[in-house]
Write a protein that binds this ligand. Structure first.
Ligand SMILES: Cc1cc2nc3c(=O)[nH]c(=O)nc-3n(C[C@H](O)[C@H](O)[C@H](O)COP(=O)(O)OP(=O)(O)OC[C@H]3O[C@@H](n4cnc5c(N)ncnc54)[C@H](O)[C@@H]3O)c2cc1C
Length: 565
């Protein structure tokens, strides 16, 4: 019998970002025993820890606001694809959840009168976004949530455990299997309910704001278990990510919070303001939503009015130095030490893959279409449709995590520990075959280089600007890469074999790339983040793309008319 680790629990949470930690807290509050497993350190992988500033919630502390207005703004921003049921539950529970995490030590910034600070961000019609710090809200949120789950005996934390498969019995999810990355030992976890909180997939693109492990495993785990995915072609591109000059140790999307504070001007290569021609943005203000700004920058570049490196200029030179210093704090000196003096010069910015808009379809209790399986956080579909408003993602993660934990913690499904253990043996054999195929087409150890080829293909041919011709080419190339991925072997594994993880992630990336391309080909319109050069108009009827995975690992695809939703 091989060495293995076998666990049994009431609720298994996979992923420990804001959604996963919140789900673990909520399930334990219901009295359930919980295991939270992550392929990274607990609370330190994924997007949450990277998030910068905004958390949108209708507290109404700086001006009149309520969840109904937040609902309307979000639905409008979604360009007709938001799911009203999901949007409503998130905006309605947002205020309570924001107060709850403050109890765990997430100190929302306050104005001198003691009220929580709230700022406007594009697409929100009110001062709605709370924050801890302009660049560190995600880190502070992770810290607070880690404290909230750390000393609870009901919550067992498994770090560096990659989940590779959900186990099903009679159509129901009964646990999960994977391996401990530190010891390369197989792991099984039997559970009454499984919550997927594995975040997004933007690592699939060459230019991205993600951490390297955001490879979309959860979409594949869910789809392999039979769950339906929606609108996988909808990937948000963050418009003003840093492009040039090269900077070290600076988050490429950090320009956003500074624009909330200081405005800044977006100029084309001819140093003219152009946003007023696309989204009616008033010069020096920051009001256009992300889909419109990304589109506008690409159109300027396409028209030959881009900057030398293919983006737009971001200009703060008209802001007086003391205001700049007040706004940027120590960041202004960090930039200066790298040769960028914002009082005198502009930087170049351009779009970058930032957030997965589509995902696993859930109901308002966060149940997927498969019994025993729930999902939450960036992994789910429904809140953002074709365009996410700034600040709506952390709120989504916190609220949907809490709801998923409550639902799972209150259920009492039967457990099948032995079946899950048995499945581990089968899975471990499959993994060995995947890592070291018997018929090796090519002995290849450079998994990172292989991943770069996927990223480049997705960026060049299925990225921000799409067309039938590019997508058709991408479709055949991604299939070739998928085949190649199955056929190359890893070098002999040592302890903590990172390449084993990277190969699994690369395979998931090819499958997800295929789904994105399929959806993008079928969606013959431009809507929100999805821009088709050959179909520039938005169609009147809104359709949602539906994906399921069949036995042969091929996507079954259809479009569902949303009837004006
Ligand atoms: C740079 C950046 C800045 C952002 N700024 C903001 C902002 O200001 N406001 C806002 O609202 N949103 C922001 N976002 C988006 C927001 O941070 C995310 O949408 C949100 O944090 C997602 O939380 P999550 O819990 O769903 O996923 P994540 O925080 O990504 O956590 C997912 C976890 O799942 C784990 N995992 C994945 N696959 C597996 C597997 N197979 N086995 C085990 N574990 C697995 C990962 O290691 C990770 O720890 C930002 C995102 C980025 C990248």
């Amino acid at each position: 019998m091989m060495e293995q680790q076998n666990y049994s629990t009431d609720v298994l949470v996979i992923g420990s970002g804001a959604a996963g930690m919140m789900a673990a807290r909520a399930a334990a509050d219901k009295g359930a025993n919980v295991i939270i497993a992550d392929k990274s350190l607990i609370g330190r992988g994924g997007a949450t820890i990277l998030a910068q500033m905004t958390v949108a919630v209708a507290l109404g502390e700086q001006e009149e606001d309520n969840p109904e207005i937040h609902f309307n703004d979000t639905m409008e921003g979604s360009r007709g694809l938001g799911d009203p049921e999901i949007v409503r539950v998130i905006v309605e529970r947002g205020p309570d959840v924001i107060r709850e995490v403050e109890g765990y030590g997430v100190r929302w910034a306050r104005t001198p009168d003691g009220k929580r600070s709230q700022v406007v961000s594009p697409g929100h019609s009110r001062k709605r976004c709370v924050y801890v710090d302009i660049l560190n809200t995600g880190g502070a949120t992770s810290n607070g949530l880690r404290k909230a789950i750390w000393k609870d005996e009901k919550i067992n934390r498994l770090k560096n455990v990659m989940i590779t498969r959900l186990v099903r019995h009679q159509g129901k999810v009964i646990g999960a299997v994977g391996f401990s990355m530190e010891e390369m030992v197989p792991v099984s976890i039997s559970a009454s309910s499984v919550i997927l909180a594995t975040g997004g997939l933007t690592e699939i693109y060459e230019r991205n704001s993600a951490s390297a492990n955001m490879t979309g495993d959860g979409f594949i785990l869910a789809a392999e278990a039979g769950a339906e995915l929606r609108d996988m072609e909808m990937v948000q591109f963050f418009p003003i990510a840093h492009l040039f000059p090269p900077l070290v140790g600076i988050d490429p999307i950090m320009w956003d919070p500074f624009r909330y504070k200081l405005g800044g001007r977006l100029l084309n290569g001819e140093q003219e303001e152009f946003m007023n021609r696309y989204a009616g943005e008033v010069a020096g203000k920051y009001t256009a939503t992300r889909d419109m700004t990304s589109y506008a920058i690409f159109k300027e570049v396409e028209a030959g009015r881009g900057t030398p490196h293919g983006g737009a200029y971001l200009d703060f030179t008209m802001v007086p130095e003391e205001k700049l210093r007040e706004g940027f704090g120590p960041v202004i000196d960090i930039l200066r030490s790298q040769g960028v003096d914002l009082t005198k010069e502009m930087v170049e910015v351009a779009p970058m893959a930032h957030f997965m808009l589509g995902g696993v379809r859930v109901d308002k209790e966060m149940n997927t279409s498969v019994e025993g399986l729930l999902a939450c956080g960036e992994l789910i579909y429904g809140m953002h449709g074709a365009n996410r408003l700034s600040g709506n993602a952390i709120t989504e993660a916190l609220v949907t995590g809490r709801i998923a934990g409550e639902t799972a913690g209150a259920s009492s499904n039967e457990k099948f520990d032995d079946l899950v253990k048995q499945e581990l043996e089968t899975e471990w054999e499959k993994l060995q075959q995947f890592w070291h195929p018997k018929q090796v087409a090519k002995d290849e150890t450079a998994t990172l280089e292989f991943r770069r080829r996927i990223q480049k293909l997705m960026w060049d041919e299925a990225g921000p600007l799409r067309s039938e011709e590019l997508l058709a080419d991408a479709q055949s190339k991604i299939k070739d890469l998928q085949k190649e991925c199955k056929e190359f072997a890893l070098a002999k594994q040592g302890k903590y074999a990172l390449a084993a993880v990277e190969k699994l992630e690369a395979y998931n990336m090819t499958l997800l790339g295929d789904a994105i391309i399929k959806g993008a080909i079928a969606r013959k319109e431009s809507r929100g983040a999805h821009t088709r050069l050959d179909y520039p108009e938005q169609q009147e009827a809104a359709v949602s793309s539906s994906f399921t995975l069949n036995q042969d690992h091929e996507w079954e695809f259809s479009q569902i008319e949303l009837n004006g939703k």
